[in-house]
Design a protein around this ligand. Sequence first.
Ligand code: GTP
Ligand code: MN
Ligand code: MN
Length: 375
Amino acid sequence: PKQNVNVNTIQMKSYACQRRTPLKHHNSHLTEALEVLSENAAYGENEGRSVAFRRAASVLKALPYRVQTMDELKCLPCLGDHSQRVIKEILEDGTSREVESMRQSEQFQAMKALTGIFGVGVRTADRWFREGLRSPSDLIRTGQQLNREQQAGVLYYDELNKPVTKHEADLIGDIVKEAVSAVLPGAEIQLMGGFRRGKELGHDVDFLITHPEEGKEEELMPKIISWLEERDLLLYQKTTRNSYLEKKDAPGRPPNNMDRFERCFSIFKLQGHAETTGSDGVRPSNQSEASYWRAVRVDLVVSPYSQFAFATLGWTGSKLFERDLRRWAGQEKHMSLSSHALYDSVQRCYVRAQSEEEIFEYLGLEFIPPCERNA
Ligand code: GTP
Ligand code: MN
Ligand code: MN
């Protein structure tokens, strides 16, 4: 049932930032398979291939109907031969043998388990895999050298791999708000990342913090961290200072993916609440009432007020949406977009913006609200 959608009149734009991509869509049976291929390519450090499969999946997420026949894909962009082959297999047989055997393979599962450790990237995971290691417990058993981040990652492995709920994100939001207003009254804080896009579950919780009086936000992070640490609310934190300088970072230089805001990668110790109990409602036996908590990954970012709109846009995601925003700016508009600024290479000037709407407008894009940026 196509619910009055004529498949031949669908105009699918090729940049993700030109499309509306809702969180819930009609083709997860196809997109999940394509995302396995993307993940596997990433494990092999083939970034181009990985992005290509992710793009293919993303196009299907934006379709207003469930794909039934290959014919319906004729006019869609970003679907390479390999993606089409896999889609065809799934439409005909219900599953793709290639994808299923990949998913089951020892290498895929080990890479998933190892890169699932906080602080472990593909390079390290691959080296461990070639040394015969398969899981976090193998790392402990063989006494691998781990940095501080990875030690925390192994220690809290199970909890950090358990999705964070919106409710937990809100509880953490309350704590961060309290910390921020205690150390800098008047500061503003905003929930970012997947939760801003309307997700119910996430792998972490992302916050952006600013203050309407430019300059007041400087060196704010260490104060927030001290406030949290004094109350025993952090299990791990690594803060990096703001290193952004307009003159040095642009123009000309391609905007780096990593931004330079003062930021903190952390693991919160979220004190007892109902959702940490098991499905039977029984509290895990190793935790007494008093010490009842779970570990949650939290990213904190501090932005100067003048860059807040860019930071908001840059930290809302999804990653593919962000990637295509930058690609659109560069390839179609001769501008360079980062989470700090927009530079117009034709006019040779920085573009100021107070809101996401203004940035979309300057980029010549229709405004896409956060809940439709789930590309
Ligand atoms: P989950 O956390 O898995 O639910 O999804 P998410 O979309 O929230 O992903 P994540 O927390 O990894 O990232 C949130 C947003 O912040 C995404 O748009 C990322 O592109 C962006 N982001 C993450 N790290 C950086 C960074 O170092 N610099 C910049 N500029 N953006 C980043
Ligand atoms: Mn996130
Ligand atoms: Mn994050």
